[in-house]
Design a protein around this ligand. Structure first.
Ligand SMILES: C[S@@+](CC[C@H](N)C(=O)[O-])C[C@H]1O[C@@H](n2cnc3c(N)ncnc32)[C@H](O)[C@@H]1O
Length: 238
């Protein structure tokens, strides 16, 4: 029987946002498997003299996870780090890990999501916003409807766009989103927007303007978009 798997959130960009419990789980794990981006955030905690560290890609991950599961002893641990929070926009991979390792063998430890950092930067509270990820492989048509409804209902929106470098058709980046909203009769030159790139990474960039201005702009895959329709109301009003 395999040992335990820790599925942990790191970043979203800086190791300053790592929680102590995640650091502890990483340092006691014999196996570490992650994408190069997440491994770079925890590199300073790793010790290759006894830890087995595997860099995974979309294509190699399944074989690597199965191989670790087969090799692990009962008293050993494995950590798979994910960007930001494990509970947001990661389920396509995490569901596979639950399948391979068995649900009861997996402990999930939350991290700080890029959408939380974007909420903090824009001062748009999560509870006053629709939170939508387009960064998924499955169909996004229903989520596009959700986006339109949220904006029409005057809610703010915090969203992850969908980069898809190998297939322009499937991409839904900031410029595509702006065009989609205009084509659906929304007054995009009147909608306030923020785009945050490289959050907490040290080279952070912020765009602030109107949604219509996004049509001509390119942003990095590592970006979060906030449509800001917040009405600020303090407790003095109630
Ligand atoms: C697969 S999703 C993972 C989201 C992650 N679980 C989270 O909670 O932030 C990857 C997307 O998250 C967003 N993202 C992650 N880290 C980011 C960062 N440091 N700055 C901006 N966006 C980031 C980008 O939109 C990126 O394409």
């Amino acid at each position: 029987m395999a040992g335990k798997l820790f599925v942990v959130g790191v970043g979203p960009g800086s190791s300053e946002y790592l929680t102590d419990i995640v650091k502890y789980k990483i340092t006691k794990s014999r196996y570490i498997a992650g994408y190069s981006y997440t491994l770079s955030i925890i590199r300073h905690l790793l010790d290759p003299t006894w830890q087995r560290i595997s860099e995974v890609t979309m294509d190699s991950q399944d074989d690597i996870y199965k191989n670790i599961f087969d090799r692990m002893e009962t008293n050993e641990y494995c950590t798979v780090p994910f960007t930001g929070d494990v509970n947001f926009s990661e389920s396509e991979v995490i569901d596979r890990l639950l399948e391979i390792f068995g649900k009861d063998n997996v402990e999930m430890i939350p991290g700080i999501s890029s959408i939380q950092v974007a909420a903090s930067r824009s001062k748009v509270p999560l509870d006053k916003a629709a939170i939508i990820t387009f960064h998924i492989t499955e169909d996004i048509e229903r989520r596009k409807e959700e986006l339109l409804n949220a904006i029409r209902n005057k809610r703010s929106v915090i969203l992850l766009p969908r980069p898809w470098p190998k297939n322009r058709e499937r991409q839904f980046m900031e410029s595509d989103i702006a065009l989609f909203l205009r084509n659906n009769m929304l007054q995009t030159d009147d909608l306030d927007v923020w785009v945050f790139e490289f959050l907490t990474k040290g080279n952070e960039r912020t765009f602030r303007g109107k949604v219509s201005e996004l049509e001509e702009r390119q942003f990095d895959a590592l970006s979060v978009m906030v449509i800001d329709q917040v009405k600020r109301r303090t407790y003095l009003e109630f």
